[in-house]
Design a protein around this ligand. Structure first.
Ligand code: BGC
Ligand code: BGC
Length: 841
């Protein structure tokens, strides 16, 4: 364990152990995995919270009667969940599917910006199909799950609350309850009844790309929010059918220790003992169970080498038997396929481990077929299948789903004025105010005085997607402009409105230039949106290309203009140069749609007072450099008010303490191979040339490599081939594991420009585990000449072509059969291509 977290963890451990001591539990060491690989545990050391729903004999009798009429096929259907991009209402009817979901990139008709009515219509279509008994079957209504993780965040016009990390700074459980309640109402307008939230992870290593989905690194703080959020979403347990009220069912995720993986790696392995597992990652589940959370989603990750989706000890013995969880357990997106011995198409192991529903987005049909077979041949005992089905039905009955009718007929359905309703936006705005953390305050630059001339700089100042982060309209939260956020307020808009109302003037200037000297400047900077593994970092440093605004701050200061640095971020990062270059430093986290909340704290009205003061406290310690085990600069709980003054002249060290390791998943950028990667050109093994400086001649002079401009000066490399078949390649001696990226629709995205006609065949290959998989790339020869295009090649295609994605040594090898020239600026994993290559060998 590293030092910084070690200290925090040690403090937590002592109190957590004390809290659980009532159980008379004796801490035990981690035990070796069970010989069968399903995980051994020591349930006796775990707490045993009370499940709030009393046994209901009438409901049990009803479930029994229903199940007596169900075929094996119908039972299996109940425990399979498909993604709306890969399933039709007719399929739901035919296969009696129990649930559908929309993944981060799925939407009605494939349109991410589909109007709310389309979501509701589709909900009706799935519902109608599920209860249609014309082809036989008992007709159990389907439930639709969605990632409403910071508001109903897949829907255009919804209120977007700050991501959880910002809420952690607010230290206000009652606010969390109101956020849950508002989110549930917005979900109900479009007909869904299940959110995959709250994420109750307890991130320990903030290089993890999902750290912002967690409230805090402190299990006690997380635990204090969990019950409030669940009650907000689901209502009080036993207060009547969930769907009768303005509620939806919740799902706490990702069970267990998704935030405890080694090196903060997404979908990685938590290498910790059972006591640490319990006291850090397990603690919030106590509150979740006591609040009656209806579903729990298992994690993609492993605990000491065993994938949770196949971990019988954790799922059955601890969660269900010891901790009394009485809802159902759902897996994550094809996570069952990662369990030892499983594939996406077949995984009885997960069901045996205690999973009750499989999230099998695009693989549901094969999985369904294998489960039916396994239930018939006894691989899966009928008792286990029946238990899973009964759990799903119990949740559906507690929801009142059987009596609720079509989605469009239910309370709140179609009341689209509730999406982004003023009262919801007011809650979000309050959350933004309370989440702001003031890290530096020298002089009296804040609050901005009435009548001031304000300059707002930084490229993130007027960008609602940027301030909203991942899981916003799209999975990654990228590729969306302000027009997709009707009713939302950017940071710039909020600041400008407030300054103008107080009799001042505001100017937006991304690069910080101005015509009239301002009294004060706010420079907005920080992270750009990401989700899941695409946000994993190798060090705690803001990506260097995002550090440009630091220069803007220095320039403004040099001209005697007081500077307020406003950071958009999902996590604490080394940004000392920005702290040094500013007079006041404010962390805004990922505030969401209500940018006006920032102005409420930063800008004084005509009466000289702000709407609110700074009350936010760090939900995680802030590092002094980019080393993960480096010392802390600001401890957990730190947060200034305007009454506090940072000592004048304080200068923080500007050495990040680490080499720039580059971003994960980027192989070449701005024409340069990234650290650990090399660029080669060859015609034969003998003339293979490593390109370090340009211009360069390769392949016995038949290929010329020159710099060319793209975005920045010399931001690309131009390859001109005089004759012969050539290969352009990016490779490394240290292979990378990109198997998890290959699991969805992530692509290898190559930014290139065809400069002349290209003769001969073209192919694009990847090599992993010694196996080269090559795809037809003739399409490159057809790209518009002279235009930059981001060409995407789905990683799935390479996997299908035989590449071992867990050990990729050459992510990019472009073979050109003849003469011609093209330029390349970037080769990286991503979902932001302009054009996708078809999967053809
Ligand atoms: C994520 C989950 C999410 C699910 C459905 C997975 O990739 O890990 O958090 O709920 O997809 O979109
Ligand atoms: C995400 C889904 C997303 C998919 C795209 C998954 O990991 O959770 O929500 O749509 O990847 O490939």
């Amino acid at each position: 364990m590293n030092m910084r977290h070690g200290v925090v963890a040690a403090l937590l451990l002592s109190s957590a152990v004390a809290a659980f001591a009532a159980d008379g539990a004796a801490p035990a060491d981690a035990k070796a995995p069970a010989a069968d690989g399903t995980g051994s545990v020591n349930p006796a050391i775990w707490p045993s919270p009370k499940w709030p729903f009393p046994a209901d004999p009438a409901m049990e009798a009803r479930i029994k009667a229903l199940m007596a009429r169900m075929t094996i096929e119908e039972k299996v259907g109940q425990i399979v969940q498909a993604d709306i991009a890969s399933v039709t209402p007719a399929d739901v009817k035919t296969y009696h599917l129990g649930s559908v979901l929309n993944g981060g990139n799925s939407a009605p008709g494939g349109n991410e910006e589909a109007p709310p009515i389309e979501w509701l219509k589709l909900a009706d279509a799935f519902y109608d199909a599920s209860v249609d008994k014309s082809g036989g079957g008992v007709g159990i209504p389907v439930i639709w799950g969605t990632d409403a993780v910071h508001g109903h965040s897949n829907i255009v016009g919804a209120t977007l609350f700050p991501h959880n990390i910002g809420l952690g700074a607010a230290r206000d459980p009652e606010l969390i309850r109101r956020i849950g309640a508002a989110t549930a109402i917005e979900i109900r307008t479009t007909g869904q009844e299940w959110t995959f939230a709250p994420t109750i992870t307890v991130p320990q290593d903030f290089r993890w790309g999902r750290a912002y989905e967690g409230y805090s690194s402190d299990p006690k703080l997380v635990s204090s929010y969990v019950g409030a959020m669940i009650r907000g979403l689901q209502g009080e347990p036993n207060s009547g059918a969930i769907l009768k009220g303005p509620h939806v069912i919740a799902s706490t995720k990702h069970f267990l220790a998704d935030g405890g993986t080694y090196e903060g790696r997404d979908q990685g392995d938590a290498r910790i003992d059972e006591v640490t597992l319990r006291d850090i990652h397990g603690m919030p589940y106590v509150a979740a169970i006591e609040a009656g959370v209806e579903t729990v989603m298992t994690s993609f990750s492993s605990w000491n080498g065993i994938k949770i989706a196949g971990h019988r000890g954790l799922v059955t013995e601890i969660l269900k038997e010891r901790m009394n969880f009485g809802g159902f357990v759902v897996t994550d997106w094809n996570a069952h396929g990662q369990v030892a011995g499983c594939t996406n198409a077949s995984c009885p192991q997960s069901l045996l481990a205690g999973i009750d529903m499989f999230m099998a987005p695009d693989t549901w049909k094969d999985l369904y077929a294998s489960l039916v077979k396994q239930a018939k041949d006894g691989t899966v005992p009928m008792a286990r299948l029946d238990d899973a089905v009964a759990r799903v039905l119990r949740v559906k009955m507690r929801m009142g789903l059987f009596e609720a009718g079509r989605p469009s007929s239910r309370p709140l359905s179609g009341k689209f004025q509730m999406l982004g309703a003023p009262e919801h936006r007011a809650v979000a705005r309050e959350a933004v105010r309370k989440s702001l953390v003031l890290l530096k305050n020298s002089g009296s630059v804040l609050p901005i005085k009435p009548g001031a001339k304000l300059l707002v700089a930084g490229d993130g100042a007027d960008d609602i997607a940027r301030q909203s982060g991942g899981w916003t309209i799209t999975w990654q939260g990228t590729g969306i402009d302000n027009s997709a956020f009707p009713g939302a307020t950017s940071l710039w808009k909020g600041l400008s409105d407030a300054v103008t109302a107080a009799g001042g003037r505001a100017q937006l200037s991304p690069d910080g230039s101005f015509t009239q000297k301002p009294d004060v400047a706010i420079v907005v900077f920080g992270e750009t949106p990401y989700a899941e593994f695409q946000g994993d970092l190798k060090t705690l440093r803001l990506r260097t290309e995002l550090e440009k605004p630091f220069e803007t701050m220095r320039k403004l200061k040099a001209q005697g203009i007081p500077v307020v640095a406003l950071m958009i971020t999902g996590r604490p990062l080394f940004v000392n140069p920005a702290i040094n270059a500013s007079d006041a430093f404010v962390v805004a986290w990922l505030p969401g749609s209500e940018g006006g909340g920032v102005a409420d704290v930063l800008v004084a009205g005509r009466n000289g007072k702000t709407v609110a003061g700074f009350t936010g406290k760090l939900p995680v310690a802030w590092p002094v450099n980019a080393k993960v085990d480096g010392p802390t600069l600001f401890p957990f709980g730190f947060g200034l008010t305007l009454a506090d003054q940072t000592p004048a002249g304080q200068k923080l060290p500007e050495d990040p303490g680490v080499e720039d390791a580059g971003a994960a998943g980027v192989f070449m950028d701005r024409g340069q191979p990234q650290p650990l990667w090399s660029l080669y050109v060859q015609q034969t093994e003998a003339d293979r040339t490593r390109i370090t400086t340009v211009p360069a001649k390769a392949a016995s002079g038949r290929v010329t490599v020159t710099p060319t401009d793209h975005v920045v000066q010399e931001g690309a490399r131009r390859f001109a081939i005089e004759s012969g078949a050539s290969r352009i390649e990016v490779s490394s001696h240290a292979p990378v594991d990109i198997s998890r990226e290959s699991n969805g629709d992530v692509a290898l995205v190559v930014s290139l420009r065809r400069d002349t006609a290209l003769t001969g065949p073209i192919s694009l290959a990847m090599q992993g585990g010694g196996k080269m998989g090559s795809l037809d790339a003739a399409a490159i020869g057809q790209l518009p000449q002279g235009e930059w295009v981001r060409l995407g090649v789905p990683l799935k295609c390479f996997a299908a072509a035989g590449v071992d994605m867990s050990s990729v040594q050459i992510p990019f090898a472009l073979s050109l059969g003849g003469r011609g020239a093209l330029s390349i600026s970037r080769v990286a994993l991503g979902t932001d291509s302009d054009k996708l290559l078809e999967c053809r060998k």
